[in-house]
Ligand binder design. Structure first.
Ligand code: ADP
Length: 448
C-alpha cells in the first residue's frame, strides 16, 4: 500500500479522499489555489502545497505545478477526484512517467471509453445497446440531415468531448437541426477545444440509470448495482437514488451485465460508471462511460455498505478487490440531494460569498459530505456544489421522510442554495410515486 498520496482536487471530494486515507493509515498531501487557502480540507491534510492563483488553469488544471507538488511532498500516487484532470489521459500518462501512480484506469482504457464516439463503437462490438445515431462524427449539415431522416426527430447534437451536461442541443425538425450543427461545432471547439459533434435520437421521457463498477488488476470486475439520476436540470443531476424506482429486476440485471461486458472489453480497471438511458418500455441505451469516481458515489456506498474511494486506492496499489459479486446486495434505499450555492429564484445563478450562519442536519440515517463551515467564503471560481446530503433508510418512503426532515434542519445564511427546491421535490406527487424522467423538473416545477 502507498504510504502517502497527493489529492489533485478541492472541495468536498478532497475531504472525502482525506477521510478514506485516514482510515487506511495513508498520509495525504493536498494542493490548493490561493482562493482555497482557508478551506477545511487544507487544514485536515497532513501536508498542503499552494500551487497558484484561483483560475483553474493556474492551479487545479496546471499539470507541471501539480507534478512539482507531488515531487516536493514525495508521494507515491495521485488521486484526481472528479472534474479538473480526472479524465485527462495526458495527465495520467505524465504521472506514471514520473513514477507516480495515477489513481484511475490505464491510459489505453481511458482512451477507449473517453471519446463518446469510440465508446459507442466498442459497445456495439460487445452487444451493449446504444442510442440510434450517427456511427461516428457528423461533419456537416447534409450528413446530419440524412441521419436525422433515418432515425427520426427529435435528435440531439452532442459534443464528442462534452461533459457535465454541456455541449448538447436538441433539434425537433430540419430547421433547428440546420441551425444547430454549426453552432454546436463552434460551441464544442470553444468549450472543449474539439469541434467534433455527433447525432443521437432524443429518447423522450427517459430515465437516467447508471451502473457503478469496480475492476482490479487481477481480472476481477464487479458491479455495485445502479443509481437513478433522472432528476436533472439542464442535463445536470440534482437528486440521485438507489435502487431505481420502477426499474424491473430483469432490466436491472441486463444493465449490470452490459456494464461489466463493456468495461471488460475496454480493459478497464479502477472505479467507473456506465451510464444508460432507459425508455418508457424499460429499453436501455448506453450513454457513456465515466472513467473516474463520480459526485454521486456515496449513494452506492450507503446502499451496498462499501467504500469506493478506498477500493480505488487499493486497486491502484495492486491489491485484490475487497468485495465479491456474490456478497454484494442493495440493502434499503438511499437518496442524495446535491446542495448548490445557487439561487433558484434567479434562474439558478451561482451565489458565491461568505456563509455566516450554518446549521447542519444529522440524526439517524443521515450522511453529509461537505467542506463548508460557518465563516467559509465560497469562491466564485469553481463549481457551485457545496454539500451532498444523503439518507439511508429501509424503504424509499422512509428515505423520503428522513430527507425532508434533514433538509428542513439544514440552514445556510445568507447564501442562497437549492435546499428549497429539494424540499419541493420531496413533496412532489410524481417523485413520491417514482414516476420521473430527465425532463420532469423543468416541465413540472420550473416552468412557471
Ligand atoms: P454529459 O457527459 O455532458 O453528462 P451525457 O451524455 O451523460 O452528457 O448526458 C447527460 C444527460 O443529457 C442525460 O442524463 C440525459 O438527461 C440527457 N441526454 C443525453 N443524451 C440524450 C438522448 N439521446 N436522449 C435523451 N436525453 C439525452
Amino acid at each position: 500500500m502507498f504510504s502517502k498520496i497527493l489529492i489533485a482536487n478541492r472541495g468536498e471530494i478532497a475531504l472525502r479522499i482525506i477521510r478514506a486515507c485516514r482510515e487506511m493509515g495513508v498520509q495525504t498531501a493536498v494542493v490548493y489555489s490561493t482562493a482555497d487557502r482557508d478551506a477545511a480540507y487544507v487544514k485536515l491534510a497532513d501536508q498542503a502545497v499552494c500551487i497558484g492563483a484561483a483560475p483553474p488553469a493556474e492551479s487545479y488544471l496546471n499539470i507541471p505545478r501539480i507534478i512539482s507538488a507531488a515531487e516536493i511532498t514525495d508521494v507515491q500516487a495521485i488521486h484526481p477526484g472528479y472534474g479538473f484532470l480526472a479524465e485527462n489521459a495526458h495527465f495520467a500518462e505524465v504521472c506514471r512517467s514520473c513514477k507516480i501512480e495515477f489513481i484511475g484506469p490505464s491510459v489505453a482504457a481511458m482512451a477507449a471509453v473517453g471519446d463518446k464516439v469510440e465508446c459507442k463503437r466498442l459497445a456495439k462490438k460487445v452487444k451493449v445497446p446504444t442510442v440510434p445515431g450517427s456511427e461516428g462524427s457528423v461533419d456537416d449539415e447534409r450528413a446530419a440531415l440524412a441521419i436525422a431522416n433515418e432515425i427520426g426527430y427529435p435528435v440531439i447534437i452532442k459534443a464528442a468531448a462534452g461533459g457535465g451536461g454541456r455541449g448538447m442541443r436538441l433539434a425537433h425538425n430540419e430547421v433547428s437541426l440546420r441551425a444547430g450543427i454549426a453552432a454546436a461545432q463552434a460551441e464544442a471547439e470553444n468549450a472543449f477545444k474539439n469541434s467534433t459533434v455527433y447525432l443521437e435520437k432524443y429518447i423522450e421521457h427517459a430515465r437516467h440509470v447508471e451502473v457503478q463498477i469496480l475492476a482490479d488488476h487481477h481480472g476481477n470486475t464487479i458491479h455495485l448495482f445502479e443509481r437513478d439520476c433522472s432528476l436533472q436540470r439542464r442535463h445536470q443531476k440534482l437528486v440521485e437514488e438507489s435502487p431505481s424506482p420502477l426499474l424491473s429486476d430483469e432490466t436491472r440485471q441486463e444493465l449490470c451485465a452490459a456494464a461489466i461486458r463493456l468495461v471488460k472489453a475496454a480493459g478497464y480497471t479502477s472505479a467507473g460508471t456506465v451510464e444508460f438511458l432507459v425508455d418508457n418500455n424499460q429499453k436501455p441505451y448506453l450513454l457513456e462511460v465515466n472513467a473516474r469516481i463520480q459526485v454521486e458515489h456515496p449513494v452506492t456506498e450507503m446502499v451496498t455498505s462499501t467504500d469506493l474511494i478506498r477500493e480505488q486506492i487499493r486497486i491502484a496499489a495492486g491489491e485484490v478487490l475487497s468485495y465479491k459479486q456474490k456478497d454484494l446486495r442493495q440493502t434499503g434505499h438511499t437518496i442524495e440531494c446535491r446542495i448548490n450555492a445557487e439561487d433558484p429564484a434567479r434562474n439558478f445563478a451561482p451565489c458565491p460569498g461568505t456563509i455566516e450562519q450554518l446549521r447542519v442536519p444529522g440524526g439517524p440515517g443521515v450522511r453529509l459530505d461537505t467542506h463548508v463551515y460557518a465563516g467559509y467564503r465560497i469562491p466564485p471560481n469553481y463549481d457551485s456544489l457545496i454539500a451532498k446530503l444523503l439518507v439511508h433508510r429501509p424503504t424509499r418512503r422512509e428515505a423520503i421522510a428522513t430527507m425532508r426532515r434533514a433538509l428542513s434542519e439544514f440552514y445556510i445564511s445568507p447564501i442562497k442554495t437549492t435546499i428549497p427546491l429539494h424540499l419541493q421535490i420531496m413533496d412532489n406527487e410524481s417523485f413520491l410515486s417514482g414516476h420521473m424522467d430527465t425532463g420532469f423538473i423543468e416541465r413540472t416545477m420550473l416552468a412557471k
